[in-house]
Design a binder for this molecule. Sequence first.
Ligand code: ADP
Ligand code: MG
Length: 572
Amino acid sequence: MGIRVLPENVAAAIAAGEVVERPESVVKELIENAIDAGASRIQITIEGGGRKRIEVVDDGEGIPSVEVPLSFARYATSKLSTKEDLFNIRTLGFRGEALSSIAAVSNLEIITRAKDEETGTKITVSGGKVKGQNPFGAPEGTTVRVQDLFFNVPVRLKFLKTKTTERRRISKVVSRYALAYPHISFTLKFEGKARIQTSGNGNRLEVLGSVLGLDIAKEMIAIPETEGSRISISGFISSPSVHRGSRREITLFIQGRWVQDASLSAAVVQAYHGLLMVGRYPLAVLFIKLPPELVDVNVHPAKSEVRFQDPGTVFTVVQRVIRGVLLGQAPPPQLEVETTWQSFERPRTPVMVDPHWEIAHHESKEQSEGIVQKKLDRIQVPLLRSVGQVGASYLVAEGPDGLYLIDQHAAHERVLFEAMMRTWGEQMVESQALLEPVTLSLSHSESLLIEEQIELLKALGFDIELFGRDIFRLRAIPAIMSNTDPSSALRSVVEEIEEDERPLADAVEARIVARVCKRAAVKSGQVLSLEEQRNLIRDLEACETPRTCPHGRPTMIHLSVESLERQFGRRG
Ligand code: ADP
Ligand code: MG
């Protein structure tokens, strides 16, 4: 066989393979087209996991009837005309490949009416061949209906996952775009049932709630948008109390485009260094914008990768901004002492400067590195000297830089949590054998739960076995609960597991352990001996994250010498 130019349909099929990998990619391309068309409403309907039908309806500017046949020709686009335009791309599409690729591997129908035209157009294409085109009454906007995806590419069909998996992937694409474009109202329906519905009122927080679930959304920290910086970053990151077993929940939008970028994901992870346990990853949705000439979006036909002119800088900025925001949250709140006589001139400026502001305004790299470093130091606790206990709830301690008030319950929770997570990782959680086994008769639902979670309970340090119908025998309990009555120790944990809505979900161990620690920790109102006070402070100093309890509340308040001096009028 000699060299020859491939027939158009073969070339198209090869190209299509790069753009359209699975139903998810079709949905992504069609959403991007609708966004480029200025839509304010995008409705997506999926049947058969996307294999049978994908329909995207928008109210955008539509396609003029004379251009309709061109829209799915290869390399046909209205978004780019000169080579220079490639370096100044402001639309999501620009390669003119999506519709042609989709048309090549499906039965495609486009119904569209341009803003200034009286009637619309309907065109039908099958496997890349036009079957018919006629005028068609339609509202302003565009409907693209993709049916029987990959009907002519059986190999691709084989690679598709189950309908549920494809649905999950599609809903992820839609929810991410809904987050990135809160001014557009998105609707996603599977087999006629609405799954995602956003209002389009521009409130990103609201979308976040509907995308991540309210529980998680509440744990997200907003990154305020930088003004006047060449690289701007905004979005949401999870507080260190929420984490996942993989990086999959780190979503990046660059120039409004959803991209994968291993290096930037790593920058996000790095920013959490020391705040998350090994093997745990944060959640993040980041919107990164930079001048178009600094980023090349034309890397791959699927447009899901970008190349930065200066990748190192972007990496550093992402890492620093996130670190700054996180540490801004992590240090103990400064104590505000109200003094009447000084109230006129007392400076109201917070002691902490907004880390975001600092990073945005410090040009020199060394300088901002210094700031981050200084903040890093601040989350560690210096050596403290125990002074005493107040109100049977707070420990008073002195450090080289002032006074510390420590919440004994929160502090103990932190200490127990870290100790337990350490031994948990090594599968060596200590248990305390009971002198006499305890027999427990439980409710039917409690016992179902114990049977279901028996492995988790054993891992926590409970030695427990089924003894009869709804009856259990308990031989040992976690060592950290050894001062608790054994049956209430078990019940409290069972209660916690029950309260956890998704007992088998990600990070369940850390959550359950945190709750066990809450139960086991000294309570406020408990008088501690001098030695107990000293020990607790020592243990807290040794913690990796001493300044917050496992639930994210502060364990201590710091009153610096400087602020003491200000309060006493020794300083201006
Ligand atoms: P690209 O988006 O890279 O330009 P596509 O193949 O996705 O390439 O689309 C080709 C052209 O068809 C676009 O440039 C645009 O002019 C037109 N088009 C596609 N979808 C829409 C839509 N939903 N609304 C208006 N015009 C559209
Ligand atoms: Mg496109």
